[in-house]
Design a protein around this ligand. Structure first.
Ligand code: AMP
Ligand code: GLY
Length: 425
């Protein structure tokens, strides 16, 4: 079977790498892909939101399954567009993808399902949000733009003044455009965060092993928020008992609430959880694999991913045997461009990739990379590589990832040096 993967990040390189290992897969195309997917698979120069061109490509190349990586095409309705043409595609349709596309929709579903989450209030204009803040106690809150804002529309505030300025950025200065048409003020939760992903066909739920991301740019979780500077799995803060609790109290009621809402969900339910003193609470749902969580998860998954994705699309996930995992932990460390998550330059030549590839139990997943006119691999984004390693212990995996990183260089490359330390502490 030929596969088409939509997207160009580390997640999509990991998906391509994993699907290539299936005995039933012939060709793997990635649109638009990166320099890593160009080597391991075949890149197709089509943008991820150009649905007519993607559909034409899928038909012309006898693609048996399309797998969508990022949220933007999902929320824009790529699944509906493919299904209208009788093409098989993995991911939620436009209505169900609102779970990630609208934080207000997500909260409605969580309430319908009685799923634990932070207390919140929705506002349609800046004046009423500011009046609400001025009328209450000066306490830490989180201000969120309703729509997609590339992970930037969430502002964690320590004081009322910070919250008022966050409201102004979203609703008056319109920093996030139409994503700020509605906004939410939410109780600030405390604890460690965990990413727990489940695959569902709308009936059966298959929970993946827990993972933990590192969203802050700098060591010790300091500095600005990023797309994620590293991840590891399993995450010990979610032990088997907690994982079971999350299945029962988070995923099952969410899937039921989505069905009752007439927006049945097929694809990846990614719960961003805060492990509070009162138990796990949902911070947000994403409607896709996490990036970089996908990299360590797929490095550990032994089950044929094609089986999982196909049975989901066919609504026959109850047929799937229990997932098989490598018992060894995996750690992914992101190498980023100088300036990220702010402005950064592109086109820096990356050296040492071949040497890094020789390291055992290590896989270097590409994210923001491309090939220049001289055939050299160069930087092409903020998060550039996800160096991922397996080890007998989490420390072994961490050391293996950082040893491979020592081989790789470009002008301005940087990374966090403490990925997975939370697991050891
Ligand atoms: P989100 O895009 O909703 O995951 O938010 C991005 C980040 O903001 C999360 O990973 C958390 O670190 C933080 N965050 C979101 N909501 C809350 C909350 N209610 N309390 C504390 N931190 C939060
Ligand atoms: N790792 C965070 C995300 O994928 O949104």
């Amino acid at each position: 079977m030929n596969i088409l993967i939509i997207g160009s990040g580390g997640r999509e390189h990991a998906l391509a790498w994993k699907l290539k290992q299936s005995s039933r897969v012939t060709r793997v195309f990635v649109a638009p892909g990166n320099a890593g997917t160009a080597i391991g698979a075949e890149n197709v120069p089509i943008r991820e939101t150009d649905f007519p061109a993607l559909i034409r490509f899928a038909k012309d190349n006898r693609v048996g399954l399309t797998v969508v990586g990022p949220e933007v095409p999902l929320v824009a309705g790529i699944v509906d567009a493919f299904e209208a043409e009788k093409l098989r595609i993995f991911g939620p349709n436009k209505a169900a993808a609102q779970l990630e596309g609208s934080k207000v929709f997500c909260k409605d579903i969580l309430h319908k399902g009685n799923v634990p989450t932070a207390i919140h209030k929705v506002f349609y204009d800046a004046d009423s949000a500011v009046a609400y803040l001025r009328g209450g106690h000066d306490m830490p809150v989180v201000v969120k733009a309703d729509g997609l804002a590339a992970g930037k529309g969430v502002i964690v505030c320590d004081t009322r003044d910070e919250a008022v300025s966050a409201v102004n950025r979203i609703a008056r200065e319109r920093e996030f455009g139409a994503a700020g048409d509605r906004l939410m003020i939410e109780e600030r939760l405390h604890g460690q965060e965990a990413s727990v992903l489940a695959i569902t066909d709308g009936e059966t739920i298959v929970t993946l092993q827990p993972a933990q991301d590192h969203k802050a740019a700098c060591d010790g979780d300091k500095g600005p928020n990023t797309g994620g500077m590293g991840a590891y799995s399993p995450a010990h803060i979610v032990d088997d008992r907690k994982l079971h609790w999350i299945e029962e109290h988070v995923f099952v009621p969410t899937v039921h609430a989505l069905n009752r809402n007439d927006t049945p969900f097929k694809g990846v339910l990614y719960a961003g959880l805060m492990m509070t003193a009162q138990g796990p609470k949902v911070l947000e749902y994403n409607a896709r694999f996490g990036d970089p969580e996908c990299q360590p998860l797929l490095m550990r998954l032994k089950t044929d991913l094609l089986d999982v994705l196909e049975l989901t699309v066919e609504g026959r996930l109850y047929h799937l045997d229990s997932l098989k995992w490598d018992a060894r932990p995996a750690v992914c460390v992101v190498m980023a461009s100088e300036g990220y998550p702010g402005v950064y330059e592109k086109g820096k030549v990356i050296s040492g990739l071949d040497e890094a590839a020789k390291h055992e139990n290590v896989k270097v997943f590409h994210a923001g990379t491309s090939t220049n006119d001289n055939g050299e691999i160069v930087t092409n984004g903020g998060r550039v590589l996800g160096v991922t390693a397996l080890g007998d212990t989490i420390s072994d995996a961490k050391n293996a990832a950082y040893a491979a990183i020592q081989e790789i260089q470009w002008d301005g490359a940087w990374y966090r040096s403490d990925i997975s330390d939370k697991a050891v502490r």
